[in-house]
Design a protein around this ligand. Structure first.
Ligand SMILES: NC(=O)c1ccc[n+]([C@@H]2O[C@H](COP(=O)([O-])OP(=O)(O)OC[C@H]3O[C@@H](n4cnc5c(N)ncnc54)[C@H](OP(=O)(O)O)[C@@H]3O)[C@@H](O)[C@H]2O)c1
Length: 251
């Protein structure tokens, strides 16, 4: 097996990784956009000038998908469509995407959790928009909340008391092992159910239900009212093309 590495905080690294894949006789049946960072405490911009979480958690995945598009389409057929699975999070419930002139917190104060939440809403929008744009060409996309998995390195940037206000018994009732956390992603990636469909936010190996008022926004398996906003997903697609330097596309 060959491993091609990329740094998702750098669009040139993403371009180099995609080029390395495409220079081989490539067909891509499956793309899992898993890499992510959470709640970077200080405001950081990438060398491309994008807020670090937006860049790492969304723009790199978006650019990588766009660059691999020919290989995904080449592999896709009605009998065996290609799939794109993108890791989102329950944290998307905390915040929508910022205004177009404020994706990088140009106009409002940087907040580590809002930046993470914005990026996790983008993950849902990207999946929904891929489904809308590519389903007819046999490429399907879903987004996934893996559950709360405390054994991973994701919370490494958060202060030790970050979860002090969360109800401990509720937290431990829903914490998953690494294997359990991977289950919904695996289901989306290879499960028969998602062979010919997508455009859904998945959690607990099921299509998620709408968030119920009063639930903890981290611990819920539900989706926010904004998750299926088609106009916002279109806006993000349009702006993402611009932010990664790709040409405009028809809507
Ligand atoms: N754990 C949870 O409770 C939870 C809940 C909801 C959603 N999620 C989502 O699940 C996904 C996986 O998270 P995890 O919990 O498995 O966290 P993790 O253990 O920290 O894994 C994150 C992965 O992203 C990679 N990554 C980070 N920055 C990168 C960069 N600049 N370039 C390339 N790769 C980079 C890391 O690579 P290195 O190991 O090389 O740094 C690592 O493989 C994330 O998208 C996260 O938002 C997790």
């Amino acid at each position: 097996m060959e491993i091609i590495q990329m740094d998702q905080a750098s669009l040139s690294s993403v371009r180099a990784a995609a080029a390395a894949i495409l220079e081989r006789p490539s067909r891509v049946h499956l793309l899992v956009n898993n890499a992510g960072i959470m709640a970077i405490p200080d405001y950081r911009l990438t060398p491309d000038g994008h807020e670090l979480q937006l860049a790492t958690n969304h723009l790199s995945h978006f650019l990588f998908f766009k660059l691999l598009e020919p290989a995904l389409l080449k592999a896709a057929s009605p009998q065996l469509p290609s799939r794109v699975v993108t890791l989102s999070s329950s944290a998307h419930n905390i915040h929508e995407i910022n205004d177009a002139d404020n994706y990088n917190f140009e106009r409002t104060d940087y907040n580590p959790m809002i930046a993470y939440a914005q990026s996790k809403t983008t993950n849902i929008y990207m999946a929904n928009e891929i489904e809308r744009r590519y389903a007819e060409r046999n490429v399907h996309a879903t987004s996934v909340h893996p559950g709360i998995v405390v054994q991973t390195a994701l919370a490494q940037h958060m202060p030790p008391d970050a979860f002090k206000d969360v109800d401990e018994s509720a937290l431990y009732a829903c914490v998953k092992s690494v294997e359990q956390g991977a289950a919904t992603t695996v289901w989306a990636a290879v499960g028969d159910k998602w062979k010919s469909g997508g455009g859904k936010y998945l959690a607990d190996c099921a299509v998620a239900e709408l968030y119920v008022d009063g639930e903890d926004k981290f611990l819920t398996a539900g989706y926010a009212a904004h998750a299926y906003d088609v106009d916002e997903a279109k806006r993000l697609w349009r702006d993402s093309l611009r932010l990664v330097g790709l040409p405009e596309e028809e809507e």
